[in-house]
Design a protein around this ligand. Structure first.
Ligand SMILES: C[S@@+](CC[C@H](N)C(=O)[O-])C[C@H]1O[C@@H](n2cnc3c(N)ncnc32)[C@H](O)[C@@H]1O
Length: 245
């Protein structure tokens, strides 16, 4: 998969795309990430990329010329064009999985108060938001998207099952995790996890996931209930008991 990022601050991405799972995915050739500096396409002498908004209003707006020239130079055919924007569709695991199937993603990071609308209109960008809050630029949202997409690329994670058991991916929030030592400062890890009884462990994890999801994310829990028919009889029994409580 190939990801191109158009930004005023390419250096912000450098440490993130070079480290950990992203860095390894690039080394393995699963992922090719390129950053492009919008400012380098500015045609004016001072490389200025912002101007006052028509009609007034706070802040400055990214001017169309450098972005148009950058996109003309990179080419947009066959690429999924995404403008990181708080006005966009909210990024969730379903959308992440969809994006991971693309051959090339081109991510455009806004700055200042935003971007001249003619850019997104002309090239047909879709807008994606990472949450209902405003950040100073699209670089952190782009990194969030890249990180999430990379995790679902086949072979990017050492253990592919790790992804299926994750919060949200299974439709439920993840159960609590424990590791060595079994007893720490007077607190014991749950006995069941050390029992070696695989069925009890699986059902304990399921019950803890259910409890957390009911408590913290009733929206996810309601969606989970819609597919309760796919549960086995032990899981159904646990679900019925929790619902009755
Ligand atoms: C200060 S924001 C501009 C916000 C814009 N004035 C608005 O109200 O929609 C500057 C840039 O940060 C990026 N950005 C900020 N918050 C974001 C979010 N929640 N998701 C994705 N991108 C975001 C966008 O690229 C945006 O152009």
């Amino acid at each position: 998969m190939r990801i191109q990022v158009l930004t005023l601050f390419p250096d912000m991405l450098t440490p993130v795309i070079g480290d950990s799972i992203l860095g390894r995915a690039r080394e393995k050739g699963l992922l090719d990430i390129e950053t492009f500096d919008i400012r380098s396409f500015a045609a004016n002498k001072h490389k200025k990329t912002d101007d006052y908004p028509f009609g007034g209003g706070a802040g400055m707006v990214l001017t169309p010329q450098p972005v148009f020239d950058a996109l003309d130079s990179l080419g947009t055919d066959g690429k999924r064009l995404v403008y990181m924007s708080p006005r966009g569709r909210l990024l969730n695991q379903e959308l992440v999985t969809e994006l991971a199937h693309e051959e090339t993603l081109l991510l455009l990071c806004g700055h200042y108060e935003g971007l001249d609308q003619r850019v997104t209109d002309h090239f047909g960008f879709e807008e994606i938001s990472v949450g209902d809050y405003i950040l100073t630029g699209g670089e952190i949202p782009a990194m969030v998207l890249i990180d999430a997409v990379t995790r679902v690329l086949p072979e990017a994670l050492g253990n592919p099952r790790a992804h299926d058991e994750e919060s949200i991916c299974s439709g439920l929030l993840e159960y609590p995790q424990y590791t060595r030592p079994g007893a720490f400062r007077g607190m014991d890890a749950p006995e069941v996890l050390l029992s070696g009884d695989h069925k009890r462990i699986r059902l304990w994890k399921f019950e803890e996931s259910l409890k957390l999801t009911m408590d913290r994310r009733p929206d996810l829990f309601d969606r989970f209930l819609e597919r309760r028919d796919s549960l086995d009889k032990d899981e159904k029994r646990i679900l019925e008991r929790l619902l009755a409580e």
